[in-house]
Design a protein around this ligand. Structure first.
Ligand SMILES: Nc1nc2c(ncn2[C@@H]2O[C@@H]3COP(=O)(O)O[C@H]4[C@@H](O)[C@H](n5cnc6c(=O)[nH]c(N)nc65)O[C@@H]4COP(=O)(O)O[C@H]3[C@H]2O)c(=O)[nH]1
Length: 553
């Protein structure tokens, strides 16, 4: 990330109109309406989607509750039907011992039938009381089915007064059955009732649940209709007589799920806003950085400094690494460690590489022509290799000026080796043309080292992390000799980076490594200073005492 205020060096007011950052910010604000629109839309879509999901879930819940509720009455109706079938088929003399045995057999086999009664004109008997059976109720039945069955509720059992039963009569037979558990089947959202229907008489007997309080006429199986905010569903079984009626209060359903819907809505809204803001911020940032880089190039804020590479046997400077510097108008310097990754992220690294080639040529072109054995290295990324602008910049700034390819090396950081495949052929071609290829920050990446030989790497730059271990006795220090051996085996030279003290110099020298770069010798210097020091032509400004006297081979 760029430091927050790193560009706030000028007057904000005077820059407002021309500052690309301000312009981009204006565009961002203009997009607020779009964010609001999108957020509203996303909330609506989520609410609708949420309602649909809840609808499906609720329907499923109700369906399984209905199936459980209807099962019991269905079993009872089936049992009653079978008992009547068996009774009607009896061909024995009514109320004889044989007949009574048959009645008892039916009563005892059933879990719900408490007594079986026979009555025809003056003849009356029952399974429990034999011929001493009491008379059937004299009042009108509570309900009559379309098939001619009559039903009385709350009939007293002669053997156990006070125990209420339901009497179902068909023809000459009556069954006293244990009454249905009327338990209401309902929740806050729905009420389920099981009823017996007689469409001819438009009558209904509720055998389970509460009175749905609805008009009888539309009670056709499979029908669904709205009634005072409730959704009514009807399903009938057993010859359309036993039906269940489901009343769903959708207001209550939605209310019960309101918190869920609200949370989903807020989440959707937050995600959408965050997503859009992220997109816009990226665009904004990329545009801003793009514009800032362009401004920086235009105002010559980007320049190159050169850090000498010294041969520790002679103390001579044999090459230099070109390192980019961004100096703001305020004088503040931004490290490439900050802006290079941002440039990479925003596809601007190609521009920077071209700029680096141009600046190196401007800064050191004549010096290189004067000192044919001096080299300069430039940092590149694999993407540069397949970028036509890179090749154009190379031709214009080096080839056309007659600078030998051997004087310009390319440093590839090991961290970017993942994209190396596509750049491989071009790098090999550059190598054939005489340029040297270095692997930078060696030891920090995780790449397969086989590319070292495939690429025909000329030098590896041992990362400062390894240099720092000298004298520490750590595991990493113990690895250093293996890295040196590996480089030797591959026929690759090593440049030690970040050398800061004599102990490090001596350590590597004793291991046969002689090329060194680091503050022990010199920091990265402006071109004029480097040239002045090397050619002894200009007075070198006061530097830190650690900086050595620099000289050419
Ligand atoms: N603590 C300490 N540091 C030392 C010492 N000697 C050198 N350094 C620093 O170590 C870095 C070496 O460069 P690098 O590994 O190529 O690492 C470079 C390189 O990967 C990248 N970079 C710099 N310029 C360019 C460029 O023009 N193009 C590209 N693509 N990357 C660049 O940015 C990185 C950072 O560059 P810098 O900040 O200039 O940091 C430089 C240098 O100033 C030392 O003795 N002690």
């Amino acid at each position: 990330m760029l430091p927050k205020n790193f560009l706030q060096d000028g007057s904000a007011a005077s820059r407002r109109d021309s500052d690309p950052e301000a312009k981009a910010l204006g565009q961002l604000i203009a997009k607020r309406k779009m964010i609001v629109l999108w957020s509203t839309l996303s909330v609506m879509i989520t609410l609708a989607g949420g309602a649909a999901v809840i609808n499906v879930a609720e329907q499923e819940k109700i369906r399984s509750a209905a199936a459980a509720v209807i099962a019991k009455p269905l079993e009872r109706v089936t049992e009653i039907n079978l008992a009547f079938q068996e009774l009607q088929a009896l061909e024995v003399q009514p109320c004889t011992m044989q007949h009574l045995e048959a009645l008892r057999s039916i009563a005892f086999r059933s879990a719900i039938i408490r007594d079986v009664i026979y009555r025809d004109q003056g003849v009356l008997c029952s399974a429990n009381l034999g011929t001493a059976a009491s008379a059937l109720p004299s009042q009108n039945p509570d309900f009559a089915t379309e098939g001619g069955r009559q039903i009385w509720r709350n009939v007293d059992l002669s053997l156990a007064p006070g125990v209420k039963s339901t009497l179902v009569k068909e023809g000459r037979y009556g069954l006293l059955i244990a009454p249905e558990d009327p338990g209401a089947v309902s929740s806050g959202h729905y009420a389920l009732s099981v009823v017996l229907l007689n469409r001819n008489h438009r009558t209904m007997l509720i055998i389970r649940g509460a009175d749905p309080g609805i008009d009888r006429s539309p009670l056709v199986s499979g029908s669904t209709y709205w009634l005072r905010g409730d959704l009514i569903s009807v399903a009938c079984l057993t010859g359309q007589t036993t039906c269940y009626i489901l009343k769903t209060n959708w207001g209550a359903v939605l209310l019960a799920n309101a918190i869920l819907l609200l949370v989903a809505g807020i989440l959707a809204c937050a995600c959408t806003v965050a997503g859009i803001a992220l997109c816009l911020a990226r665009k904004f940032r990329s545009r801003t950085i793009d514009a800032m880089f362009r401004e920086a190039v235009r105002h010559e804020e980007l320049s190159m400094h050169y850090q000498p590479v010294v041969d520790n046997r002679t103390g001579a400077v044999v090459s230099a690494e070109a390192l980019m510097r961004w100096t703001l108008r305020s004088g503040k310097v931004i490290s490439p460690a900050i802006f290079i990754p941002i440039a990479e992220e925003n596809d601007l690294i190609g521009n920077l590489t071209c700029l680096a080639l141009q600046r190196v040529s401007e800064d050191l072109g004549s010096f290189l022509l004067r000192h044919a054995d001096f080299k300069v290295s430039v940092n590149v990324v694999p993407a540069d290799m397949v970028d036509s602008r890179f090749h154009l910049a190379l031709r214009r700034n080096f080839e056309e000026r007659g600078i030998a390819p051997a004087q310009l090396s390319f440093e590839l950081t090991e961290r970017t080796s993942a994209k190396l495949e596509s750049a491989m052929a071009v790098l090999l071609d550059l190598g054939r043309r005489g340029h040297e290829i270095y692997i930078d920050d060696f030891g920090t990446g995780y790449a397969n080292l086989s590319y070292l030989s495939d690429l025909k790497v000329d030098k590896i730059k041992l990362d400062k992390k390894f240099t720092d271990t000298v004298g520490t006795g750590t595991l990493r220090e113990r690895i250093v000799p293996s890295v040196i051996d590996l480089a030797r085996e591959l026929g690759v030279q090593i440049i030690v980076e970040g050398v800061e003290n004599a102990e490090q110099v001596n350590y590597f020298r004793s291991h046969g490594v002689h090329l060194m770069q680091g503050w022990f010798y010199a920091p990265a210097l402006p071109a004029a200073e480097l040239i002045g020091a090397l050619e002894g032509t200009a007075a070198t400004p006061e530097r830190e005492p650690s900086t050595r006297q620099l000289s050419l081979a």
